[in-house]
Structures are given as structure tokens and as C-alpha cells.
Design a protein around this ligand. Structure first.
Ligand code: UDX
Length: 458
């Protein structure tokens, strides 16, 4: 381990699982290159210090977060509120660290923490932003005013299949959609994000050349004055968190997988935020059970909501009962150690919502995808998976049991063998190119070296 004498970097993740994970992986990668790390964090989704290097310092940033805010599905509303609520407490904590004379070289915040970027700049601390989603998603942020001007947004039903000429390969329906009523708020939020990125000391992207070279170059052209580092996939550039898998996860998932044939299991998970309605849940369940293949399905308690957003209790017992009468090939769990599951040789495909972390975890383990994006960047990521990288198939906008079965068959089964072979072969090639990027001397590895050099120059 390199000696910790190269100064300190302060990181501030957005308090959601899909954002905290990549930020802490970045922190671990920087730590591995000799930088000391302080993690400023909100109480929500607070990281477990035991899971990270003992030398990491964890400092809570306390603020009055209204009850229910973190569960709201209005992304722009939540992000805007969090920026307002945390601006002053973040600045206070950062000030204290500076007074401590701890050798703070720079701050890395989630790119959407624009108020923290402003605060760091006001205190004279170089600030960099981490984009935890795709480069394509950041390009969408940059292009948002054009998308509005040209009438692509709000999305009109009649134009859903039209190509977005300014943002290939997206069709209108792949764009980050929000209701007309939330559009102004969302546009305002992305404008702040892009404006702060332009004034920052650098933009860090959790992506890599093999999947988004064109998008990264486009961002570089656009943000000419700041350096852009494509250092992904971060979970491959940093050592995994030290926390061992819980006994429950081991028995519930990994030991069960150990007993399955190679590449026979479909892993199903829609991430940590997305929800489906009761009809979709029932259709998905029927499709999985009807596929007659082993499946491992993560049904977290917040997976099913009604149209007003109210949480419904997922009827897991009914599905388990039905599955049991048909031979009991499936298993339902409330949470899975996803990275380990995807790396398990028994897993043959992944039905996913295409959250950026899930997508990159699948790519780096070479697991073909069945795409069921739910909202935001997930829609565009599914487009890349199916049409650009061609390592997955779509299951359709509305979950229907027949479509679920057909998609599973296409990726895993005998019928549609052509599709199966092609998707698997493409995924094998993409996994190899991913490893090349992340391995010593690869483009992402070198980009991380460049990033550390920049930090040491502050
Ligand atoms: C959110 C947004 O919804 C998404 O659009 C954006 O790209 C990232 O943030 P989220 O639902 O958290 O996504 O999904 P994802 O990005 O895939 O991250 C989920 C993380 O949780 C992954 O690292 C995954 O490995 C982990 N996870 C999820 C588990 O370890 N176990 C589970 O059971 C579920």
C-alpha cells in the first residue's frame, strides 16, 4: 500500500445507493494511489466505515431533511431541495477541515451537488465533479436547452420513435423524460449542474473508452476549458469494500447459485429506486415462472407502488407458492450481493432496469442483459445496451408475461438461438475490452493516474 503522505481529498456523495457506491470506489482508488480520504456524508444512505479502508475519515453533514423527501420520485425536486438544504452545513464542515490544517488538496462532489461545488470554490478549494451515470447522460444535460428549443421535450406520443438528430443514437423516447409540470424544474437543475461543471477543476466520468469513447470526446469538445477523466468502471479500478457478505446473502443467493448449472440462472433486479405497479409485478412474475428456468429475483419492499406512488406490499408469497407447484426453480430475496451474483458462473443473464452501476457491473462480468428501463438515464442506457453495444434485448415498455418469456428465451434459450449466440459473443468481446481498459496500462487506469497527477498539482 502506498504511504499516505500525498495530501487529502474530500469526497461528498449524493445520498443514494447508486451514487454513494461509485464515489466510495473512486475514493478507494485514490487512496490506493496514496491520497488520504475524508468522506463527508449525509445521514441518509450513510456509508458503513467498517466496509472501507481504516484510514478513511467519515464526517457526517447534518441537515434538516423533510420527512418523505428522500422517497419522492420527483428527481429534480429532490436534488434541488437537497442542494438548498445542505449548502450551508457542507460549507461549515469543509471550513472546519480547512482550519484543521489537514492538507486538503481538493474536493470531489457528485456532479449534481452544485451547491457544494459553489461552496468549495468560494472557500478557494479546487472542486471536481463525479458523474455517476453515463457520459451519454451528461451529454443529454448539456443538450437540454436544445432539446427543449427543438420541441423534442416534453415527449409527445406521436414523436416517440423519432431520432434525436442532435443526440444520436437516442430516439425521443430514450430521452430523460419528466412530466410537463416538472420540466422547468428539471431543466433548471441540469443547467446548474452543467454550469458548475464548466467552472470546476475537472469532470470525472465513471465510464470508459470501450463503451462511450464518442460521448467522452464530445464532452471534452464541449467543456474545452476543464480536464475530463474517464476512469470507469470504478468498481474494477478500486478494491472492493472490505465488508464480507452477510450469512443471509451467502445462504440466500450465493450458496443457492453454487447448486445451479453454469449460465443457467436469470438474475432479476430493478436496482434500489425504481418501482413497478401491481399489474407489472404480476406479469413479470408470470413471465419468470413460465420461462421454466431458474431465476434469482430481488424483490425489495419498495418495488411495487400504485399509480399515485403509494407503496404496496409485493405479493411474494403467492409467486413462491405458484413457483413451488411448478418445480421450485426460482428464488426470491429482498436484497442480493449483486456484484458477487453477477460474477457467479451460474448466472447466464440479467433482467435489469439499466441503472448505470448495474449496467456496468453486468458488462464487466460479461452477463448479457434483458432491459427493462424505468426512468431517467435508464432509458438511454438501455438504447446503448441493445443497439450500440448489442449485448442485450429489450422487454418492451409495458411488462407482459409473453414478452418476458420471449426475451428470456432469446438471450438464454434454444429458440431464437441466433440472437442468443450473437448477444453472448458480443458480450464476450465487450468484457475483454472492458478488462483491457481497467487493467494496468489501460485507458481508464492511465486516466486515473492523470487525475491523481492533477490533484497533486493543486
Ligand atoms: C439510480 C438511478 O435510478 C439510476 O438511473 C442511475 O443510473 C443510478 O442511480 P439505482 O436504482 O440505485 O440507480 O441502480 P444502479 O445504478 O444500478 O445501482 C444500484 C447498486 O446497488 C448497484 O451497485 C448494485 O450492485 C447494488 N445492489 C442493488 C445490490 O448490491 N443489491 C441489490 O439487491 C440491488
Amino acid at each position: 500500500m502506498a504511504p499516505l503522505n500525498r495530501g487529502r481529498v474530500v469526497v461528498f456523495p449524493l445520498p443514494f445507493h447508486g451514487h454513494v457506491n461509485p464515489m466510495l470506489r473512486l475514493a478507494a482508488a485514490l487512496h490506493g494511489r496514496g491520497l488520504a480520504v475524508t468522506v463527508l456524508h449525509a445521514d441518509h444512505c450513510a456509508p458503513d466505515p467498517a466496509a472501507h479502508p481504516a484510514a478513511f475519515r467519515f464526517v457526517p453533514v447534518r441537515a434538516d431533511v423533510p420527512a418523505g423527501l428522500m422517497a419522492s420520485l420527483d428527481v429534480a425536486g429532490v436534488v434541488t431541495a437537497l442542494n438548498a438544504i445542505f449548502a450551508a452545513p457542507f460549507k461549515d464542515r469543509l471550513c472546519e477541515l480547512l482550519v484543521d490544517g489537514d492538507g486538503v488538496r481538493c474536493v470531489v462532489t457528485d456532479v449534481v451537488w452544485y451547491s457544494a461545488q459553489t461552496a468549495a470554490r468560494e472557500l478557494g478549494v479546487p472542486a471536481l465533479g463525479l458523474m455517476t451515470s453515463s457520459a451519454a447522460s451528461f451529454r443529454t444535460f448539456v443538450a437540454y436547452p436544445t432539446l427543449l428549443d427543438k420541441g423534442y421535450l416534453p415527449v409527445q406520443e406521436s414523436r416517440k420513435e423519432d431520432p434525436v438528430h442532435e443526440l444520436p443514437p437516442f430516439r425521443v423516447k430514450d430521452l430523460q423524460r419528466v412530466d410537463s409540470s416538472s420540466l422547468a424544474g428539471f431543466a433548471g437543475m441540469v443547467a446548474r449542474v452543467v454550469a458548475e461543471a464548466r467552472q470546476s477543476s475537472g469532470l470525472i466520468l465513471n465510464t470508459f473508452d470501450a463503451i462511450e469513447a464518442g460521448d467522452v470526446n464530445d464532452i471534452r469538445d464541449n467543456l474545452q476549458s476543464i480536464p475530463v477523466f474517464a476512469v470507469g468502471p470504478l468498481h474494477k479500478l478500486a478494491p472492493p469494500p472490505t465488508k464480507t457478505t452477510s450469512a443471509q446473502d451467502r445462504a440466500g443467493c450465493l450458496e443457492w447459485l453454487d447448486a445451479q448449472a453454469p449460465r443457467s440462472v436469470l438474475f432479476v433486479s430493478l436496482g434500489t429506486v425504481a418501482a413497478i405497479d401491481a399489474r407489472e409485478f404480476a406479469e413479470l412474475a408470470r413471465g419468470l415462472v413460465g420461462s421454466n428456468r431458474p431465476f434469482l429475483w430481488v424483490v425489495r419492499p419498495s418495488l411495487v407502488r400504485d399509480t399515485s406512488g403509494k407503496l404496496l406490499h409485493p405479493p411474494v408469497a403467492g409467486v413462491e407458492e405458484e413457483e413451488e407447484t411448478r418445480g421450485g426453480r426460482g428464488r426470491i430475496v429482498p436484497w442480493a450481493p449483486q456484484e458477487e451474483v453477477l460474477a457467479h458462473p451460474a448466472v447466464g443473464a440479467f433482467l435489469t432496469h439499466n441503472g448505470w452501476n448495474s449496467t456496468m457491473e453486468a458488462v464487466s462480468e460479461g452477463v448479457p442483459m434483458i432491459c427493462r428501463p424505468c426512468f431517467g438515464d435508464q432509458l438511454g442506457t438501455a438504447r446503448y445496451v441493445c443497439d450500440v453495444w448489442q449485448v442485450g434485448v429489450e422487454v418492451g415498455d409495458r411488462l407482459e408475461r409473453g414478452d418476458v418469456k420471449a426475451a428470456i428465451e432469446k438471450v438464454m434459450g434454444g429458440g431464437g438461438a441466433e440472437g442468443k449466440v450473437e448477444v453472448r459473443e458480443k458480450m464476450k468481446g465487450l468484457k475483454e475490452r472492458t478488462d483491457e481498459c481497467a487493467n494496468e496500462g489501460g485507458l481508464s487506469y492511465t486516466a486515473l493516474t492523470d487525475l491523481v497527477d492533477l490533484m497533486l498539482s493543486f
